[in-house]
Design a protein around this ligand. Structure first.
Ligand code: EPZ
Length: 419
């Protein structure tokens, strides 16, 4: 286990270079299993979620070569084996092997996936889509067995624009017989990144990034090179940090369009930003104004930035209202912020308020999930004194080289291994 220790209250300045997107990379790696030849993926972030997927690929018998941010995967000789529960439980994205192995072998056995405890995180929409394509789904004690004589293209409407279901059903449809239409599909940047990867292999996917995706099944997928899109949630996390205690912080290697919703919110809060082609430069203003946040599917305000922005809102003058519409348990970070001197109140599992500005003091706190951890890192950097963040392994799952990146802009931060 690890913990992070921060000496806060220092102004930070310099450049932060954004890594490849965690939520894209964790889908691209399982998608590689669909290819009949070797694929190369670049700009892969060096985070523990990728290590877990690497473990699954090796367990299945794929040949995996990782060299810095490049991963080469050859799945031509993989076996269709039951992935051990303790590995599947390491991350949510293990469930992408459902769509990939079902598509490849017409049968897959898998345990219910892991992931941050931000809600029940059902997978009913994934399973309903597999059934629409002709698969039979059985579940016994959290072990799912999904099989089909043949996967046929189908018209699937998602009750909710689920990221995971959209990607998993794309994976299952790529080699199905006929055409699949996924309507009310998710539109996040990582959906487009995965569809482009599959098309580079010879798949026939159109409409990714819109709410209707069409997949015409193909027989064979060939070798290709692909790059992971920059991480817009990492981008947003550092933008929020810079808005609180930055002086001329440049966040580079980004796609500004992907953080439109956050840019608009930071504008409301009174944060001046210099927006370039592939960078944003931010200095914290004297005064921050309170605002209201409502999380929505892309391109709305991302739920994954809701927790990080609460740290900034503790410094904003007035009352900010948070309306979390995606996950039912995503306010645990507020309890920890209150320990540091914040004034927040959780009204329901989807509504919370933050009063500010309040002075934050360094305390011993704990990360309850990945983005809650990011919120506490920002709060620790704002606070006077020493903050210790336990369960920091959550943070290492989604932020590549976070200690080095923050140290490079002047933060006093270190990672400690504890028993
Ligand atoms: C992905 O989770 C991300 N994780 C999450 O990021 C992110 O919060 C979420 O998308 C929304 O953007 C990865 O990509 C690995 P969903 P996912 O399916 O796919 C309901 C992070 O911090 N739902 O879009 O699990 C679900 O309960 C993580 O990086 C069903 O009801 O999210 C939730 O209310 C946390 N049935 C909503 O849809 C289903 O079958 C969104 O879920 C599937 C989802």
């Amino acid at each position: 286990m690890h913990r992070i220790i921060i000496e806060g209250g220092k102004e930070l300045s310099g450049e932060v270079r954004i890594s490849g997107s965690k939520n894209s990379a964790v889908a691209l790696v399982p998608a590689a299993v669909l290819c009949d030849e070797e694929v190369t993926i670049a700009n892969v972030p060096n985070i523990s979620d990728i290590d877990a997927l690497d473990e699954i690929l090796n367990f299945l018998g794929a040949k995996v070569k990782r060299d810095d941010d490049v991963i080469k995967i050859n799945s031509s000789n993989i076996k269709n084996k039951l992935i051990p529960e303790e590995i599947a439980k390491k991350l949510r994205a293990s469930y992408y092997f459902m769509g990939a192995l079902l598509s490849r072998f017409k049968k897959v056995e898998m345990y219910f996936p892991g992931g941050c405890s931000i809600g029940a995180r059902p997978i009913n929409l994934h399973l309903k889509g597999f059934e629409a394509m002709g698969a039979k789904v059985e579940e016994n004690n959290n072990l799912f067995t999904i099989s089909a004589d043949n996967l046929k293209g189908a018209k699937i409407n998602l009750d909710f624009a689920s990221v995971g279901a959209t990607i998993n059903l794309m994976l299952a449809a790529v080699k199905a017989e006929g055409t699949t239409i996924i309507s009310n599909a998710a539109k996040e940047p990582h959906i487009v990144n995965v569809a482009t990867f599959l098309n580079n292999m010879g798949a026939k996917i159109s409409g990714a990034g819109t709410s209707e995706i069409k997949v015409v099944g193909v027989k064979y997928l060939h070798s290709c090179f692909h790059e992971v899109v920059p991480d817009y949630i990492e981008t947003g996390t550092y933008m929020i940090l810079a808005s609180a205690i930055g002086k001329d912080i440049t966040i580079s290697n980004i796609i500004p369009d992907h953080v439109e919703a956050l840019i608009s919110k930071l504008d409301d809060i009174g944060v001046p930003m210099q927006i370039g082609i592939d960078f944003i430069k931010i200095s914290a203003p004297e005064k921050l104004k309170s605002t209201n946040i409502k999380t929505q599917v892309y391109p709305g305000f991302p739920t994954d930035l809701q927790q990080p922005i609460t740290a900034l809102l503790t410094q904003a003058k007035g009352k900010s209202i948070i309306n979390e519409t995606i996950w039912e348990n995503r306010f645990l970070n507020l309890v920890e912020l209150n320990k540091m001197g914040a004034t927040t109140e959780t009204l329901t599992n989807s509504k919370a308020v933050i009063m500010g500005p309040t002075k934050l003091k360094g305390k011993k706190v704990k990360a309850t999930d990945l983005r809650a951890g990011a919120c506490l890192v920002i709060a620790g950097l704002i606070a006077d004194g020493k903050t210790i963040i336990d369960n920091a392994d959550y943070i290492l799952r989604g932020y590549e080289n976070i200690i080095e990146k923050l140290t490079n802009i002047g933060a006093k931060i270190k990672l400690e291994e504890i028993e």
